[in-house]
Ligand binder design. Structure first.
Ligand code: AMP
Length: 286
């Protein structure tokens, strides 16, 4: 497994593979890897085959964090990440520093961003106004460096996957975006690097997100319910976890992300919940 930290070296390697006709599968991450990330690696491998190359990037992208968010504290464990990647059969791990990805930014000389202007406005875009600008910018840059044929993203970040798919279509990136299912702990909590922040009490109550998704799924199987009613009901439902504070819950069309008034099977539901400073998200097709 190669470990590449310079942007130029990553692009050289990718170009070499490309010239040889080798398919490249790519999984962008912020590290502190868990089984959810590794499931994306396996999906990338399935897509490019044994003769292909799978690249994982590990980069805690500063531009997708708000000024009051957890950039400085974001969990990091590169040694363990590399072990997990090696065991999963990754060919190259790209571990750039900030100056490789944003040359001159520290000195105020970085000024180009990629902005998606529709799908990124709601939900996470409301709670985290500059988040998706950071995501689309870094992912576009990583695509230019890794030159993937296939890039795999998690359904866990449903809106992110939709924004990336739109960016790829709008900007003619020559690659296929694959969205892979959310891996969960045995009690239903979606795996996330941020789960590490939870204390034992918060961790026990964090299943409330999954339980909310399940409860609404079951309810809409019986009859169509208004989104407004469900939003009211969920505020009440969430009080079963006294440490939880609901940030948002939305019901929307999975293609357009447009909010729906009537919730039925096939509607997408997404929610964000704070436990102290830790913000967890989850979503499901009902
Ligand atoms: P992150 O390191 O949190 O930026 O996530 C990197 C990629 O892994 C993103 O495409 C996420 O959607 C995906 N991911 C995160 N958590 C999970 C999970 N529990 N199951 C599957 N994919 C995930």
């Amino acid at each position: 497994m190669q470990i590449v930290s310079s942007a130029a070296a990553m692009q050289r390697l990718a170009k070499k593979w490309q010239r040889a006709g080798t398919r490249i599968g790519f999984v962008p991450t912020m590290g502190y890897l868990h089984a959810g990330h590794i499931s994306l690696v396996h999906e990338a491998r399935r897509r490019v085959g044994k003769k292909g190359r799978v690249v994982v990037s590990i980069f805690v992208n500063p531009t997708q964090f708000g000024p009051k968010e957890d950039l400085a504290n974001y969990p990091r464990d590169l040694k363990r990440d590399l072990q997990l990647c090696r065991a999963a059969g990754v060919d190259a791990v790209f571990t750039p520093g900030d100056a490789e990805i944003y040359p001159g930014r520290a000195e105020g000389r970085y000024s180009t961003y990629v902005v998606e202007e529709t799908l990124s406005l709601g939900m996470e875009g409301v709670s985290r106004p500059t988040h998706f600008r950071g995501v689309t910018t870094v992912v576009a840059k990583l695509f230019n460096l890794v030159l993937p044929d296939v890039a795999v993203f998690g359904q866990k970040d449903f809106q992110q996957a939709a924004v990336i798919q739109r960016m790829v279509a709008d900007l003619n990136f020559p690659l296929k975006v694959v969205v892979a299912p959310t891996l969960r702990e045995s009690d239903g909590l979606a795996m996330s690097s941020r789960n590490k922040y939870l204390d034992p009490e918060q961790r026990a109550q964090a299943t409330i997100l999954f339980h909310a998704l399940q409860a609404v799924s079951a309810a809409v199987k019986k009859k169509t319910v208004s989104a407004a009613q469900l939003q009211t009901d969920l505020k009440e439902f969430i009080t079963a976890a006294p440490l939880a504070r609901l940030d948002y819950v939305e019901f929307f069309d999975p293609e357009t992300l447009a909010p729906v008034a009537k919730v039925k099977p096939g509607t997408q539901m997404a929610l964000a919940v704070f436990f102290g400073k830790t913000r967890l998200i989850d979503n499901a097709r009902l």
